[in-house]
Design a protein around this ligand. Structure first.
Ligand SMILES: Cc1cc2nc3c(=O)[nH]c(=O)nc-3n(C[C@H](O)[C@H](O)[C@H](O)COP(=O)(O)OP(=O)(O)OC[C@H]3O[C@@H](n4cnc5c(N)ncnc54)[C@H](O)[C@@H]3O)c2cc1C
Length: 404
């Protein structure tokens, strides 16, 4: 793999072609820089699972000209709501308002999102993505960065590790990040909605709460597919993988006695994937010299605010904006990290708070918390919505325009 010519725009090597890495590549191209993405997998195939793209992430998709390409694959929920997983009782409901947050709240199948990102990158920067290219080591000599692969090397002006929670780039820079198993397992399944009949979950993003467990349901693929995530406190499996499956019986046992909207999906699904949730606080440093980190590689967040990918998407935009400013590389990477750190920390803490809220045992504290949530959602929906403004209403594309 070759080095760049000196009269070309600055080349940024991106390790990892996930949601964060592909968004960074498209943002760099929009900023007049040259992205090269190296992805370990032979093909970009995302797991059979849905993803919620909140309005803050959709602002970036819109600025990259992708909103209309995504909408045909998406489902726009009518509301964000919380119900009791056993009785079905409503706790609260907040209308998902595009007008308030400036962009739609969309649910997508991960494969559809990645396909749109990949195809757009290929159309705009042909050949920018190389698959089957796992980076084994990375070295910064102060002038340029050398990536090593099983079959050769590639030299670039700078590099970004967008290679997820088990990041090779992060390990090379800062060693292994401390991961604490939370004692929680996330089950995931998707089912065509036509198989669910009367037990179809509502057309919302619905959090179903219970003692020591919760579930989230929503629809993807224009409403043709229902998505289920079920989080349960159990310690018997600690792997983190999009492809490891467990058994239907196991998931049914975990949600025994729950609403038919939940058990019907579990019964009808062909595969029940499992992912053990680990807590990793954001790294204190997100770059060294000419090598930066983005998304889960430097700040994986628990999925209880549905913001991990949204933060990776925002990172991609902000990093491109900083690199476009013609600062020295080290200064641009430092500016990116300092622009992002506070918001990411707030999201990390918000996700941990929700973990506790969703799983409160059947105690007076739970009843009290729910009563407050219910009252807040019913009587003061504007207040409930405004509590999400800092998250969904933020627009990194306005704060950090791509050109200086
Ligand atoms: C159960 C669950 C539900 C979630 N739901 C949501 C949600 O609704 N909304 C949301 O915003 N977030 C959600 N998230 C979080 C979200 O999935 C992640 O935060 C997001 O995928 C991170 O993106 P990334 O690009 O940083 O990393 P990844 O998606 O992990 O991508 C990393 C890429 O790097 C590649 N790679 C790894 N090592 C190498 C190497 N050495 N060389 C080359 N390539 C390499 C990998 O193959 C992969 O393609 C959820 C997470 C979980 C576990």
């Amino acid at each position: 793999m070759s080095a760049h010519a000196s009269n070309e725009p600055r080349e940024v090597a991106i390790v990892g072609g996930g949601i964060g890495g592909l968004t960074l590549a498209l943002s760099l191209h929009a900023a007049g820089l040259k992205p090269r993405v190296f992805e370990r997998a032979p093909q970009l195939i995302e797991a059979g699972a849905g993803i919620q793209l909140s309005p803050n992430a959709m602002r970036v998709m819109r600025a990259l000209g992708l909103e209309h390409a995504l909408i045909p694959f998406a489902f726009a929920p009518e509301a964000l709501e919380m119900c009791d997983g056993v009785s079905g009782r409503h706790v609260f409901s907040i209308r998902a308002q595009q007008r308030r947050w400036g962009a739609p709240y969309l649910h997508l199948h991960r494969a559809d999102l990645v396909a749109v990102l990949e195809q757009t990158l290929e159309a705009r920067v042909p050949g920018a993505l190389t698959t089957d290219a796992g980076v084994t080591a990375i070295e910064d000599d102060g002038e340029q960065v050398t990536l090593s692969f099983a079959d050769g090397t590639h030299v670039a002006d700078l590099a970004v590790g967008a290679d997820g929670i088990h990041s090779t780039v992060r390990r090379g820079l800062f060693g292994s990040a401390g991961a604490q198993f939370t004692g929680q397992l996330a089950w995931r399944a998707t089912v065509p909605t036509e198989k669910l009949g009367a037990n179809l979950p509502p057309p919302t993003a619905c959090v179903w709460t219970g003692s020591g467990r919760h579930a989230v349901t929503y629809r993807v693929r224009g409403g043709q597919v229902a998505n289920f995530v079920g989080v349960v406190e159990r310690e018997d499996w600690q792997g983190e993988s999009w492809t490891e499956a467990g058994t239907r019986e196991d998931v049914l046992a975990d949600f025994d006695g729950w609403r038919p909207e939940i058990t019907a999906i579990i019964e009808a699904a062909d595969r029940h994937y499992r992912w053990a949730l680990h807590d990793r606080p954001p790294l204190p440093q997100w770059h060294r010299g000419r090598i930066g980190l983005l998304g889960d590689a430097c700040h994986p967040v628990l999925p209880f605010l549905a913001q991990g990918a949204a933060m990776a998407i925002e990172d991609g935009w902000v990093l491109a904006a900083m690199l476009a400013q013609n600062l020295p590389v080290d200064a641009a990477l430092a500016a990116y990290a300092s622009a992002r750190r506070e918001r990411v920390q707030r999201v990390y803490e918000g996700a941990r708070h929700n973990a506790e809220l969703f799983h409160l045992a059947q105690t007076p504290r739970r009843a009290g918390t729910r009563a407050i949530l219910k009252l807040g959602g019913r009587l003061l929906p504007g207040v409930a919505r405004s509590r999400l403004d800092w998250l969904y209403g933020d627009d990194v594309t306005a704060h950090f325009p791509l050109r200086a």
